[in-house]
Design a protein around this ligand. Structure first.
Ligand SMILES: *Cc1c(COP(=O)(O)O)cnc(C)c1O
Length: 471
């Protein structure tokens, strides 16, 4: 597969280059595949649906063709995914896609574990360390730390905004030793991301250290996230006739979004032939993308803190990829978009629990509420010409191509549950009046000692630290 660059379409690199560089430091652009090959129809129409790992192998294959032989790819997939996503019916119009059954209890395990193994594969004949720099708004750091911990030849430095992530999230990313460490930066997630991006474009630094990224900007994190969209879409299509009395439903993926890596992966699954009709881009108060869809103006802005803090992103990196793949007009036809403030998040967690019995986390809760509103009158009003005020929480005014499928009751929503509710215990407890169950692997990390290193939000200091402390 040939990969190009969002800022310069004349760029052509292979998978290894795209993975190992993370982004194109010359242009500052992000890598994307030049084509999205269709998945084999024998897999698409299998009943029962193929296993997650079968799908993963078949979807990954064209992107690594000629660079990773089948046996090695199969081993990477096998080792990356000892766990699977789970699809659970929520009510008669929606499913939950649980993506938190990996080691750190959030969806980022899917991308991080595949990326760690492909990087390790490509690094196998090198004798100098490869330094991974990663900025996190919460869950990236722990997923990346956990995925790379103990992998020979690789070394990881995690940057997170001091005081802006939950105590449990902090434990999950600051308790590593050996080849993984965390810097707590006096600033926001966007500041962390900027420090990392500046480091990648710093030729002097790159002359001293071999650097790579692990944010959702790395294509090796983005591609594997497309596997679970395909998996879920095939399962839901097979089940909907029986469970929802809808044959061949219009499947709408409802995606709680921050940096928009997860949603971009969904677009890839759809391009590859996944039976996905459309998407709902669901955000918290950091509504840069809903505003863009509503007005046509893209205005990156500083992030604000919310209860769904892994989505506190004011300048979403993957906007660049979405723009490279589709025009604004196409986006408006493919996406509904929706945002919710903190009060709405709290109420959504409570509503979901009361109506369905399901304990949902603050990120998934935005998706739940988005789908409820869209299904129960939201699309109907848009079609009838009632324009919502997009400055208030709710749906944006564009009418996606699939709007009629919703009003005709031919649509099913698949809400991506991006983290275990136990990771946001205090908010969930406040909303539903009891604590969500705590998985053992989270309980264990709480007992480990913290090794985070304080860092100013200052590029010069950050750079000096890297040069002084890494080799
Ligand atoms: C990272 C994260 C998100 C946002 O994902 P993006 O790919 O950045 O849009 C949503 N929910 C949780 C729990 C996350 O950790």
């Amino acid at each position: 597969m040939i990969y190009t660059d969002t800022r310069d379409s004349s760029v052509q690199v292979d998978f290894k280059t795209a993975v190992m560089n993370g982004m194109n430091q010359k242009t500052g652009g992000l890598y994307i595949p030049t084509s999205f090959p269709k998945i084999d129809s024998s897999l698409l129409y299998k009943d029962p649906a193929p296993s997650f790992r079968d799908i993963a192998f078949n979807m990954a294959k064209p992107y690594v063709e000629g660079e990773i032989p089948d046996v090695d790819l199969a081993a990477i997939i096998q080792d990356a995914y000892p766990f699977s996503p789970k699809v659970a019916p929520l009510d008669h119009t929606s499913y939950i896609l649980e993506l938190f059954h990996g080691p750190t209890c959030a969806f980022k395990d899917f991308g991080a574990r595949f990326m760690a193994r492909t990087m390790s594969y490509f690094n196998r004949n090198e004798d100098s360390l490869l330094h991974i720099l990663v900025a996190t708004s919460g869950d990236t750091g722990s997923a990346v730390g956990s995925a790379f911990h103990g992998v020979p030849g690789l070394d990881v430095t995690i940057l997170y905004p001091d005081g802006k992530i939950s105590p449990l999230q902090e434990k999950q990313l600051s308790t590593f030793t050996g080849n993984v460490r965390a810097l707590k930066v006096k600033g926001t997630f966007d500041d962390c991301q900027k420090l990392v991006k500046t480091a990648f474009t710093d030729t002097e630094l790159r002359g001293k250290l071999r650097l790579s990224s692990a944010n959702s900007i790395n294509i090796a994190r983005l591609l594997p996230q497309s596997f679970y969209y395909m998996y879920a879409a095939l399962i839901v299509r097979n089940r909907a006739a029986l469970q929802n009395k809808i044959t061949d439903p219009a499947i709408i993926m409802v995606v709680p979004s921050g940096n928009f890596g997860n949603l971009t992966s969904g677009l890839i699954a759809r391009e590859m032939g996944g039976p996905i009709e459309g998407f709902v881009a669901a955000t918290n108060t950091n509504k840069t993308i809903p505003d863009w869809i509503a007005t046509g103006d893209y205005n990156a802005r500083p992030s604000v803190e919310t209860y769904a803090n892994a989505m506190d992103v004011g300048a979403p990196s993957n906007y660049e990829r979405i723009k490279a793949m589709y025009s604004l007009d196409e986006v408006r036809k493919l996406f509904g978009s929706y945002w919710l403030d903190n009060d709405g998040i709290m109420k959504a967690i409570e509503d979901c629990h009361r109506m369905t019995g399901y304990i949902i986390d603050p990120h998934g809760a935005i998706g739940y509420k988005a789908w409820k509103d869209i299904y129960n009158g939201g699309m109907e009003k848009l079609i009838a010409g009632e324009k919502p005020d997009f400055n208030l929480p709710g749906i944006t005014p564009n009418i996606p191509d699939w709007a009629n499928k919703v009003t005709d009751k031919k649509a099913v929503g698949v809400i991506l549950e991006t983290a275990s509710p136990a990771k946001f215990g205090s908010i969930v407890t406040q909303a539903i009046g009891r604590e969500p169950p705590m998985p053992d692997r989270l309980e264990e990390v709480l007992r480990l000692p913290d090794h985070a290193i304080p860092m100013e939000n200052d590029y010069k200091k950050f750079k000096d630290w890297l040069i002084g402390n890494l080799e």
